[in-house]
Design a protein around this ligand. Structure first.
Ligand code: SF4
Length: 704
């Protein structure tokens, strides 16, 4: 038996795990007491990791057109068909759809192959569904996709505002840290702003059960209230920001009386004013937000409305202060770092970043290869599948994700996949909803087999370590990508023998011609040799000559990543959900995770004790709505939405607002006849970020 350190593969908290390995078996796991994300804690999902492993149900052999083949044949076929597609339809007829489950090294290699050498910008990721609005808002206001805070700021705050986040279920260890901090500091206050009464409310001093989608109105109202009550930090605003007048003017286009804001948000005026007063009168405020803010057709504006209030009060760049977006997936941030969004190029550089195209081209040039970089951004997730539907994209490579389930209007996505002439899927599991659409299936390694890095929500890079041998012929994603690249003639640029070499190259690119104008810089890690990479301890970026030990908090000097160093307050005009309620579909649909499951349950569904919490698809309904529909608790019911239906057992809940229902995102056709929440949602996206509006569907409810 030996012990090894690795990182949990589930949520964006990124907890350190101590794995006890007995030969070829993971005997048990415990929290890593030395990891700064969790200091020894694990939630129920993390602590069940050892129970979710095993060769059973794994993909172990490559398949081409339904026939098992050896790796050489599979890789030759991938290369040949990609090349044939490009020759017939152009570089931009090929695309990739990646995942926040990939390790940074896999992500880097895929981004380099598609954008650098296949010459297509159409590489996007399921992180588009998770964090794209937060990314766009940080860029607009702070000048870079740079989360200012650390987890310890939650513990140092006087006021923590949870908005659009059920932290207790979705980021449980962070919730535990917050709860402990609150116990230690009785003066700390917690405010929960959420349409549903969730378990996170257990530690709330104040709860605002707002109308879904009214978040921007609420924070715009707060900005105006702070101005009217003399609570703006005029010195900070003058020195470090611009755009206050425009942001204030936009907020004043609506009635800014407490009564009017409370009516629009459907909250109690006294509670609302109490929140405003608490926020305005404390300096050390952290506003922590997640998918309840991001997954909206105006998610970027909502994020900016929050950031505006922090800038206006100088509540940023200080211990215990700042706007803090929490990622859903374990490596949503690592994917952003390498350029894994279609609007990014590489190493946090966008296509329109000054000099970026030329810089990346030169960096990826080898003795005999010059990259063919696309000139501009590619299709974001929803657009990508629309382009497939139109026949513009003829070849798609999906890695470590399941768009047949998770994207809105999922039936249309399935039709597009069925129509696509070439679908390549890199996958760990033998039975997913996506595999029937695959022409070529490539068995990939999974957590506990893979080696690489992930970055959590506080910019902390941690190692995931290979502990067990892969089952059958499963291979690492970076190896598969490099082998295809070699067959396409790009071997010189993909001559990697180990993921540590990819990480070092990624680190070099982050610092390449970077005089400090790009915040993402981990160039101090580019000299790591194999031993150093293996031993890499968790560290927060930037990690460069100026901060060789990493960086806990950003923007402490009040200088932001904009060209003039000033943060921007953004004029926000609140908008309601794009999916309109109607007589036919009168109920507002909210979607999300349950505590003990992850994504489509391919891993967590294997641990019986994780199924005990919520064992089947359900529909959470307010008592009044249940009665109006003649439904009792545990009765079977059907939701009908934009593009399909969902069947589940009714859970009557007093925490649910009247006129709204909630369903979990995890169940797919494999587990239940009809419980795919993606089929209920229309594909409306935020115009800035491209993030789908997954929190605001419109549905009808009836008994079965
Ligand atoms: Fe894993 Fe998230 Fe739980 Fe930590 S909180 S153990 S990262 S699922």
């Amino acid at each position: 038996m030996h012990q090894a350190r690795t990182t949990c593969p589930y949520c964006g908290v990124g907890c350190g795990v101590l794995a006890h390995v007995d030969g070829d078996r993971l005997a048990d796991v415990e929290g890593d007491g030395d990891h700064p994300a969790n200091y020894g804690r694990l939630c129920v999902k993390g602590s069940a990791l050892a129970e979710t492993l095993g060769d059973h149900g794994r993909l172990t052999r490559p398949r081409v057109d339904g026939v098992e083949v050896d790796w050489d044949s599979a890789l030759d076929t991938v290369a040949e068909r990609l090349q044939t597609t490009r020759a017939a339809h152009g570089n931009q007829s090929v695309a990739a759809y990646l995942s926040g489950q990939l390790l940074t090294e896999d992500y880097y290699a895929a981004n380099k192959l598609f954008k650098g050498f296949l010459g297509t910008p159409h590489l996007d990721t399921n992180s588009r569904l998770c964090m794209a609005s937060a990314v766009a808002a940080y860029k607009r206001s702070l000048g870079a996709d740079a989360v200012p805070c650390s987890y310890e700021d939650l513990e140092e705050a006087e006021l923590v505002v949870l908005v659009g986040s059920n932290l207790a279920w979705n980021h449980p260890v962070l919730y535990q840290r917050l709860r402990t901090a609150k116990t230690r500091n009785p003066l700390m206050r917690v405010v929960v702003i959420d349409p549903r009464v969730t378990d996170s409310c257990e530690i709330a001093d104040l709860y605002l059960g707002l109308r879904p989608g009214s978040d921007a109105r609420l924070f715009n109202g707060l900005l105006a209230w702070m101005a009217d009550k003399g609570k703006l930090d005029r010195v900070y605003l003058e020195k470090h920001t611009q755009g206050l007048d425009e942001a204030l003017a936009a907020s004043r286009e609506d009635d800014i009386s407490i009564e009017a804001i409370a009516a629009d948000c459907d909250v109690d005026p006294e509670r609302l004013e109490t929140f405003f007063y608490w926020f305005a009168s404390q300096l050390h405020v952290v506003t922590l937000y997640s998918q309840g803010i991001n997954q909206s057709s105006s998610g970027t504006d909502k994020c900016n409305a929050i950031i505006n209030c922090h800038l206006a009060g100088g509540k940023i760049g200080l211990p215990g202060a700042g706007p803090f977006s929490i990622t859903g997936q374990p490596n949503a941030m690592g994917g952003r770092e390498v350029g894994g969004l279609a609007n990014q190029l590489a190493a946090h550089m966008d296509y329109d970043s000054p000099g970026a195209l030329d810089r990346v081209r030169r960096f990826w040039t080898t003795a005999s290869l010059v990259p063919t970089l696309p000139e501009g951004p590619g299709h974001k997730a929803v657009e990508l599948f629309e382009a497939i539907e139109r026949g513009e994209i003829q070849a798609l490579w999906v890695m470590a994700t399941n768009p047949a389930v998770s994207l809105p209007d999922a039936n249309r996505v399935r039709a597009a996949l069925a129509k696509c002439p070439l679908v390549i899927v890199s996958e760990c599991m033998a039975d997913t909803d996506l595999l029937p659409y695959a022409d070529i299936v490539l068995p990939a390694t999974s957590w506990s087999e893979k080696d690489g890095t992930v970055t959590n929500s506080e910019r902390r890079i941690s190692r995931q370590r290979g502990l067990l041998p892969p089952p059958g012929e499963a291979r690492h994603d970076w190896w598969i990508i490099s082998e295809v690249a070699r067959r396409l003639g790009y071997g010189e640029a993909f001559a990697y023998a180990h993921p540590g070499e990819i990480f070092a190259e990624h680190a070099r690119l982050s610092g390449f011609e970077n005089d400090g104008e790009r915040v993402f810089d981990i160039s101090a890690l580019c000299e790591l040799d194999r031993e150093g990479y293996d031993a890499l301890a968790p560290i927060q970026w930037p990690v460069n000559a100026a901060s060789p030990r990493g960086t806990t908090r950003l923007f402490e000097d009040g200088r932001f990543a904009t060209p003039d160093g000033l943060a921007r307050l953004i004029a926000v005009r609140p908008k309601g959900p794009a999916q309109a309620l109607s007589e036919a579909r009168p109920l507002r649909l909210n979607t999300g995770r349950v505590r003990d499951q992850w994504h489509t349950m391919t891993r967590t569904g294997r641990a019986p004790r994780l199924m005990n919490h919520r064992a089947e698809p359900f529909i959470e309904v307010a008592p009044e709505d249940a009665e109006a529909h003649g439904l009792g608790d545990q009765q079977l019911a059907r939701l009908t939405g934009a593009n399909g239906e969902y069947r589940g057992r009714v859970r009557v809940s007093k925490g649910q607002r009247r006129g709204e229902v909630f369903v979990p995102m995890h169940w797919t056709d494999r587990y239940s006849g009809m419980a795919r929440m993606g089929s209920l949602l229309a594909a409306h996206v935020d115009p800035v970020s491209g993030q789908p509006e997954s929190k605001h569907g419109a549905v009808a409810l009836e008994s079965l």
